[in-house]
Write a protein that binds this ligand. Structure first.
Ligand SMILES: *[C@@H]1O[C@H](CO)[C@@H](O)[C@H](O)[C@H]1NC(C)=O
Ligand SMILES: *[C@@H]1O[C@H](CO)[C@@H](O)[C@H](O)[C@H]1NC(C)=O
Length: 350
């Protein structure tokens, strides 16, 4: 009896192994985007869009403020861990890591950036085209270190996480005149979709195949937007949520179009909007006590350097807060969203 069990166990193992290797296991998580996914690149460029000081990172291993805009880890870290790779995805510009580390995960994202070059120029952060330049440099380092065959495998079998676009609307279009005088908001959405298309075609051309393109979250519900929504009694700003929905529909359409057109492309549109809206409107269902303000400071305005380590208002338990600062989710929210994305969209790459 026991022998049969053991035999069965081994043949299942072999079957699993065969099916896993033929479907191409993901060797690395490769990240492009903004502060929602930046693991600390901005620490190494001259910008004020930073978070490498307390109280950021206070729930990160060793309480390290890494430059993540969070009290702990962010979504790519959780997704990397779920793929059985590593529990953190290091920033490309961090000199304490090298190409051997980056071979199993690397982040090119930069807080404050957007699809639009003008957005990156607001806080002098890394524009998306420059993230792609770093990615090309990374490919060269991979080839030099591991040879063409292994490098190509990492490039074409890895999962690419893209999360970007909020700043184009909230830090650029609605804050500054330049783009508003050129485009209606619908025209600006179309302009950004065109830039997204160019970007996706470019990384496809460079070998990327498995890609998660995350849509916008209900950005009118970010604590900062609620704080300044005085006439809306500090509720979510409907205009911004409507723009997010409109933009997401266009992004979804773009993803379908490119999948049809580009051979072997496995581009996935990942919708985090609905879940985040549910968390914000029914926080207690997810174990949260506060969805209106962030944990840091008063929670209404503070982010980046405004998030003062000595503020007496900062909450003691960030796990009870949907948002960590006025613009970014807490670690726990990131974990819940990551689990949801794994279950609903990314599990097929496991
Ligand atoms: C953004 O800037 C880069 C580098 O200067 C340039 O190549 C690219 O065309 C610009 N994109 C747009 C849409 O202006
Ligand atoms: C990925 O690269 C490897 C190694 O060069 C190659 O064998 C494989 O066919 C490539 N897969 C795709 C999907 O391009």
């Amino acid at each position: 009896m026991m022998k049969i069990h053991i035999m069965l166990f081994f043949s299942i193992q072999i079957l699993l192994h065969v099916s896993l290797s033929s479907s191409g296991k993901v060797p690395a998580i490769i990240v492009f985007g903004d502060s929602s996914v930046d693991s600390g690149n901005n620490n190494f460029i001259p910008t004020i869009a930073r978070s490498n000081f307390e109280p950021y990172g206070r729930d990160f291993p060793n309480g390290n403020p890494t430059g993540r805009f969070s009290n702990g880890r962010i979504a790519p870290d959780f997704i990397s861990e779920a793929f059985g790779i590593k529990p953190i995805v290091p920033a490309y510009l961090d000199p304490s890591y090298d190409i051997s580390d980056f071979a199993s995960g690397v982040c090119f994202a930069s807080a404050g950036t957007g699809f639009d070059n003008v957005t990156a120029s607001v806080a002098e952060v890394i524009p998306l085209w420059k993230e792609v330049e770093y990615y090309k440099e990374y490919q060269n380092k991979l080839r030099a270190k591991f040879g063409d065959k292994k490098a190509n495998e990492i490039i074409n079998e890895s999962l690419y996480l893209i999360s970007i676009g909020t700043n184009d609307f909230l830090e650029n279009y609605y804050q500054r005149f330049e783009r508003r005088t050129q485009f209606s908001v619908q025209e600006y959405e179309d302009f950004l979709i065109g830039l997204a298309e160019n970007f996706l075609r470019e990384i496809y051309g460079l070998g990327a195949r498995k890609i998660s393109m995350t849509g916008l979250i209900p950005m009118g519900c970010l604590p900062l937007e609620r704080a300044i929504n005085i006439f809306g009694h500090h509720g979510c700003k409907d205009l911004y949520n409507d723009v997010a929905l409109e933009f997401n529909a266009k992004l979804d359409w773009l993803v379908a179009k490119l999948n049809k057109e580009l051979y072997g492309f496995q581009l996935v549109y990942t919708n985090a909007y609905d879940l985040v809206l549910q968390i914000v409107t029914q926080p207690s269902q997810f174990g949260f006590e506060n969805a209106q303000v962030g944990c840091c400071g008063t929670g209404r305005f503070e982010m980046g350097f405004m998030c003062d380590p000595k503020s007496p208002f900062t909450c003691t338990d960030a796990n009870k807060y949907v948002f960590w600062d006025a613009f970014h989710p807490s670690e726990r929210t990131s974990q819940i969203v990551s689990n949801y994305l794994m279950e609903n969209y990314l599990g097929k790459f496991l």
